[in-house]
Design a protein around this ligand. Structure first.
Ligand code: ACO
Length: 389
């Protein structure tokens, strides 16, 4: 047995790895009801927001402003976002230069950093200025991500069209084609259900960063960096790659047996808070089926359902069920979007959630500064470098 290291502060400190169960602050933005599999933004269920007809812009307004808009307020908000959608030439040039050299999340992270450098009010940390930047970034994220998709394929970039809604324009700028109404509707729903999700890793990263009263862009860059990881937003592309690796529904059982043998986590399953079915996966399931049928990729959906049955039978007792990243890739893939682009698409609406959280915390800001239990030595004898063996 490994020798137990002496711990400093033992007795006065209890902790769980990964800050499990730790409370960071009070918030009125969203509630993840992990036991019952419900997700609520400022009191409203995501099911109602998806069905309500106000689109992603309504959800972004709700998250950023705290209440549902009237029609007049929403019209004004939509017009404002549309006018802010274009990106500076420097950002386009940067994207064209690097998009085919790195992962699109790295390009997005770098482009947002550049946008900060270009804003002369970058260092003005007030709720008003940060709100203004939040609105601009909420409007610009679709343009940035669409530009990244096109640049990495060597295609010319497409300018925003202010007459179109955000989801439609996003798809149009990405593909170069006018999307059909159903595709717009589904993208809109995808943006709504990815917009906000409690104190997840990327939200916490951006809030920790912002709590030093650094500039808003740096905080968003931190969020993008965290979202990119395969245990968080990066799981959507890893999940589709799993389905592709399995390849044939008939081999799903063998694949899962081998994964269990190797003790690897199955991407798209499990969640720190949900111990029931993730409501976002529940909403996406029938749409993944519909879009896979449309695209002739039903074998991927079949693999997903087989894998779901196997994992839930084996690990459901531990509270492991499909999460939001399980079905989304099948849908985006059927829309003709590159697999590497799935996580940037996740980031497109999450800017609203990150921003809302940062803006809520700023007036009562206190630096995040937790501690670790020190298990290292306390009285090591220093040896001059010349005397070390
Ligand atoms: N496949 C197999 N087993 C799993 C999985 C999985 N996907 N997720 C958790 N487990 C098991 C662990 O092996 C562990 O088992 P043990 O107690 O026998 O050691 C137990 O469940 C608890 O797992 P943790 O990793 O400690 O749970 P945690 O709350 O830290 O992790 C996480 C949550 C990171 C999402 C985890 O479930 C995971 O890695 N899932 C796969 C990646 C993924 O899909 N991420 C997207 C999450 S949603 C989002 O961020 C948008």
């Amino acid at each position: 047995m490994a020798e137990e290291k002496p711990r400093q502060f033992v007795g006065s400190v209890e902790f769980k790895k990964g800050l499990e169960g730790a409370i960071t602050n009070e918030s009125a933005i969203s509630y993840v009801d992990g036991a019952n599999g419900k997700l609520i933004y400022r009191g409203y269920s995501i099911d109602d927001l998806c069905a309500g007809g106000g689109g992603y812009e309504e959800t972004a307004y709700l998250l950023l402003n705290g209440n549902l808009p009237t029609q007049a307020e929403l019209d004004l908000f939509n017009a404002d976002l549309a006018l802010r959608r274009s990106i500076p030439q420097e950002a386009k040039d940067l994207i064209v230069q690097i998009a085919n050299k790195c992962h699109p999340m790295s390009t997005l992270r770098t482009a947002v950093s550049l946008l900060g450098c270009l804003n002369p009010r970058e260092f003005e940390v007030t709720v008003e200025n940060d709100y203004d930047i939040a609105l601009t970034l909420t409007a610009q994220f679709p343009t940035l991500v669409a530009a990244i998709q096109r640049a990495r394929r060597g295609e010319f970039l497409i300018e925003p069209d202010v007459t179109k809604g955000l989801s439609e324009d996003f798809l149009r700028m990405m593909t170069g084609e006018t999307p059909d109404a159903r595709t717009v509707e589904v993208m809109d729903m995808a943006l709504i259900i990815h917009a906000e999700h409690g104190m997840n890793a990327s939200t916490f990263s951006s809030m920790v960063t912002n709590s030093s009263l650094t500039d808003f862009y740096s905080s968003i860059v931190a969020g993008i960096g965290s979202l990119k990881g395969p245990l968080h937003g990066g799981a959507n592309e890893a999940t589709l790659r799993t389905f592709q690796e399995i390849g044939d529904p008939a081999t799903t059982e063998d694949w899962f047996a081998a994964a269990k043998e190797k003790k690897v986590k199955v991407m798209g399953f499990g969640h720190r808070v949900y111990k029931a079915y993730d409501p976002r996966a529940r909403l996406f399931d029938p749409i993944a089926r519909e879009f896979a049928e449309r695209a002739g990729t039903s074998h991927l959906y079949e693999i997903a359902k087989k894998l779901e049955a196997l994992v839930v039978a084996d690990l459901g007792g531990k509270g492991i069920f499909p999460n939001v990243d399980f079905f989304s890739g099948i849908i985006y893939d059927a829309m003709g979007i590159d697999t590497d682009m799935f996580t940037p698409i996740f980031a497109v609406p999450r800017i609203a959630g990150w921003s809302a959280r940062i803006l809520e915390y700023l007036p009562e800001n206190r630096l995040f500064r937790p501690r670790a239990v020190y298990i290292g030595d306390l009285e090591s004898q220093y040896t001059p470098i010349a005397e070390r063996g």
